[in-house]
Design a protein around this ligand. Structure first.
Ligand SMILES: Cc1cc2nc3c(=O)[nH]c(=O)nc-3n(C[C@H](O)[C@H](O)[C@H](O)COP(=O)(O)OP(=O)(O)OC[C@H]3O[C@@H](n4cnc5c(N)ncnc54)[C@H](O)[C@@H]3O)c2cc1C
Length: 398
């Protein structure tokens, strides 16, 4: 039987726990989306006993609504440390995909042969050129190796582009993955590592006494020596319970999916990618809204129109699916990784780009949590102390 909640634990294991004076788990991870799953998997990999507490399958999860890019170019303008963190994630993704495959047999279909951001017309080309320059000139930023290409140069890699494409930027570090399969692989890996996953256990209160954390859920209390808050936008509410701060400003995105078609897109784009299964995903909208129940067809129309102008043959395809999702978005757009001064052993982790950063969460954040302290040289820039008392201005850090 797995270790479980105080109200459910059998008398024998309760006695055993009491005699050892040991918490139920080394680490409790709150939130079972991509972030919580990657960190929990990474902790299990290091031999820690881990519980993941999640709300359940009906909740809003960015991890089930995303576009699945492992993306580097254009990330980190205004925070050079984020460029370094993103490049590191991109470089470690291959190792993550390989380890997941070895462990679970699941191929997450990582493709990392570079990605494009295409422009339509000269004005967009000029704006993109300016962005590439600003990224390049940012002191302390990692070298993204991002370059602007003319339409004829782009055509060598993407022969089916239409006449309206004026060119675009290319970054060899960019790629994409099957995000849902990655999610599944982490959860399959949980079983191999003996990690306990508890759905329908929303955490409503957290306290710390006797050197351990007690997490209140509708099905009882769970005790752990350390906790990681990885509850997406809900971190805003949970973090203050343990002296942490996670100001969020979530945004909504829409995605359109076509029927399967012949392989035609050998590299992903910021706004269009062909999945390993042959469908074409069109995405990248951004609205300051939190309701994901209804689709806005006016937004889908703009996205699909641009996609058809980039690749005219897409107009022959039927749309088979479409959805809206709420992003996890710290207020300035950059990740928040922090540890509590008042509640030692409590950590918070939230970010946009949880697909891209999954390798860092699995390998680096998990390692630091296991060691008991975040490393300032690696993630110090992401402390929520950057927001100061006044909070943060909305930005487009991602
Ligand atoms: C449209 C769209 C496109 C995107 N495209 C990309 C992309 O191309 N590349 C990329 O890298 N990223 C992308 N993202 C972002 C990425 O999906 C997110 O960064 C990532 O999924 C965040 O994972 P998470 O685990 O933090 O959040 P979620 O997936 O939201 O998970 C949070 C979990 O916490 C649980 N929870 C909440 N409150 C509690 C509580 N009190 N107790 C217990 N559990 C709780 C929830 O039930 C949920 O399961 C995109 C997102 C969207 C919406």
């Amino acid at each position: 039987m797995s270790k479980a909640f105080s109200s459910e634990v059998d008398a024998g294991s309760r006695k055993e726990n009491a005699s050892k004076q040991k918490s139920d788990y080394d680490v409790a991870v709150v939130g079972g989306g991509l972030l919580g799953s990657a960190i929990a998997w990474g902790l299990g990999r290091l031999g820690k006993s881990v519980a993941v507490l999640d709300e359940g399958d009906i909740t809003k999860r960015a991890s089930r609504a995303n576009f699945a890019l492992v993306w580097v170019q254009s990330k980190g303008l205004g925070m050079p440390a984020y460029t370094v963190w993103t490049v590191q994630a991109s470089q470690a993704w291959g190792r993550l995909a390989e380890e997941l495959k070895q462990q679970t047999g699941l191929d997450v279909s990582l493709q990392q042969n570079g990605g494009f951001h295409l422009t339509l017309g000269e004005e967009e080309f000029g704006q993109r050129t300016e962005l590439v320059k600003r990224m390049h000139n940012q002191a302390g930023a990692a070298d993204y190796k991002m370059e602007m290409l003319s339409a004829s140069e782009v055509k060598k890699s993407l022969p089916l582009i239409g006449p309206e494409v004026s060119g675009g930027s290319y970054c060899p570090l960019d790629g994409h993955v099957n995000s849902l399969r990655t999610f599944r692989a982490f959860h399959t890996g949980f079983r191999a590592f003996g990690i306990d996953y508890f759905p329908e256990r929303p955490v409503s209160a957290i306290s710390r006494s006797g050197g351990e954390f007690r997490l209140t859920t509708p099905k009882g209390e769970l005790r752990a020596a350390k906790i990681v808050l990885a509850a997406g936008n809900a971190n805003q509410t949970l973090a203050p319970m343990v002296g942490l701060y996670a100001p969020m400003g979530p945004t909504r995105g829409q995605i359109v999916v076509t029927e399967r078609t012949m392989p035609f897109l050998p590299h992903p784009l910021t706004t269009i990618r062909q999945t390993d299964e042959g469908t074409v995903m069109i995405g990248d909208s951004k609205e300051d809204e939190l309701d994901d129940r209804a689709l806005k067809h006016s937004i889908s129309a703009v996205m699909t129109d641009r996609a058809q102008r980039m690749f005219p043959h897409l107009s022959r395809l039927n749309v088979v699916r479409s959805w809206a999702g709420i992003r996890v978005m710290p207020q300035d757009g950059f990740p928040i990784y922090d540890q509590s001064k008042t509640h030692p052993g409590a950590f918070v982790a939230c970010c946009h780009s949880g697909v891209t950063l999954a390798s860092n969460h699995a390998f680096e954040i998990a390692r630091m949590v296991a060691q008991g302290a975040l490393e300032p040289e690696l993630v110090g820039a992401f402390s929520a102390s950057r927001f100061g008392a006044a909070g943060a201005a909305n930005n487009s850090g991602y």
